[in-house]
Write a protein that binds this ligand. Structure first.
Ligand code: HEC
Ligand code: HEC
Length: 282
């Protein structure tokens, strides 16, 4: 199996996921306590299984959805908006969107730096930039993947609880393989680009490295562009809420949620239904 990169074992992760996608059945997910008849002591039952397999990316998406719907509830209609609520929920969307946008912007910057080093035929520079590109990928993975994807499983937790460090070893089969969304297919594409980059660095194949870096740069540019209307319009909503100005609020909301819909159309497509934010009602 090809290796995606030297750092962090992303390759092992992708390889094992692909193995699952190619036909091995996943194991039943264990933690469905909600279905037992006994009510839990608290809904926050500290269950690890809930946490271990939960994608932080999707959790963020759901929070943005909640935030958007709360903005409509607080800001639209006849009555004076509850400005503090509008501002609070717009702020949360803003920071989350800005965080994701910033990972893609970093990737754009690092791959462009790599392209400059290629132009100069600066071997040490190119090699350093490939590492930086990988780090830009993985800093986002640290922020978005489920603990399981990050190779943290029940065994890891047990060892950590007894204060033992645990090496990252791949053992579990994927209990709940993700859908092959266009989003994941694009991840696979840039992962292959990275494999090519490292292989062609050894051979000093300038043309191949340029292709791979350009492809990564283009994907990152497009992703960053999808976040832009979300980042900018949520900032506008925050500003309007601070100034208690209704004018422009529905347009900013429309612009923001257009960003959600446009990215879903391209990165999720028809593969699954997404809870898109409720439309503005006046
Ligand atoms: C840059 C792309 C992008 C942007 C921008 C984006 N999303 Fe998403 N969103 C995705 C992808 C990809 C998925 C599907 C993840 C999956 O199924 O693995 C998703 C899934 C979701 C889901 C389903 C989550 C779940 O747990 O199943 C919700 C809800 C959602 N997005 C809300 C939003 C809202 C609200 C916004 C705007 C404020 C937004 N998204 C902006 C890419 C994006
Ligand atoms: C802005 C965040 C972000 C950036 C930047 C990013 N990724 Fe990802 N990556 C994700 C998310 C989210 C997933 C899906 C995790 C899930 O489904 O739970 C993912 C999944 C993957 C996977 C697993 C795909 C599979 O087949 O399941 C690979 C491999 C991958 N990314 C490679 C890369 C590479 C290589 C780069 C950099 C060139 C990169 N990613 C940059 C967020 C990012």
């Amino acid at each position: 199996m090809k290796t995606c990169r030297a750092l962090f074992l992303l390759a092992a992760i992708a390889a094992s996921l692909l193995a699952v996608a190619c036909g091995q059945g996943g194991e039943e997910e264990t933690g469905n306590q909600a279905q037992t008849s006994e009510p839990p002591l608290s809904w926050d039952d500290q269950s690890n299984s809930e946490w271990l397999y939960r994608s932080q990316y999707k959790t963020t998406m759901r929070h943005m959805w909640l935030n958007a719907n709360r903005i409509v509830a607080a800001g639209s209609g006849e009555n004076e908006p509850s400005w503090a609520e509008v501002e609070m929920f717009a702020t949360d969307i803003h920071w989350r969107a800005e965080l994701y946008a910033s990972y893609w912007q970093l990737l754009v910057a690092e791959s462009e730096e790599g392209l400059f080093a290629l132009e100069d035929e600066d071997r040490i520079g190119v090699s350093a930039q490939i590492d930086k590109v990988s780090m830009a990928c993985d800093s986002c993975h640290a922020a978005t993947w489920s603990p399981w994807y990050l190779r943290v499983n029940e065994g890891t937790l047990d060892q950590w609880k007894s204060n033992e460090p645990r090496p990252h070893i791949a053992v579990n089969p994927e209990p709940n393989p993700p859908l092959r969304t266009p989003h994941l297919e694009e991840m696979k594409l840039i992962c292959d680009n990275e494999v090519d980059l490292r292989a062609s660095l050894d051979k000093w194949d300038l043309a191949k490295m340029e292709d791979a870096l350009t492809s990564i740069r283009n994907v990152a540019t497009a992703r960053s562009a999808f976040w832009k209307p979300v980042v900018e319009n949520s900032a506008t909503i925050m500003d309007l809420a601070q100034r208690k100005k209704r004018e422009g609020l529905s347009e900013a909301y429309g612009g923001m949620t257009f960003g959600c819909l446009a990215c879903h159309a391209s990165n999720v497509g028809k593969l699954r239904e997404i809870n898109n934010p409720v439309p503005w009602t006046d």
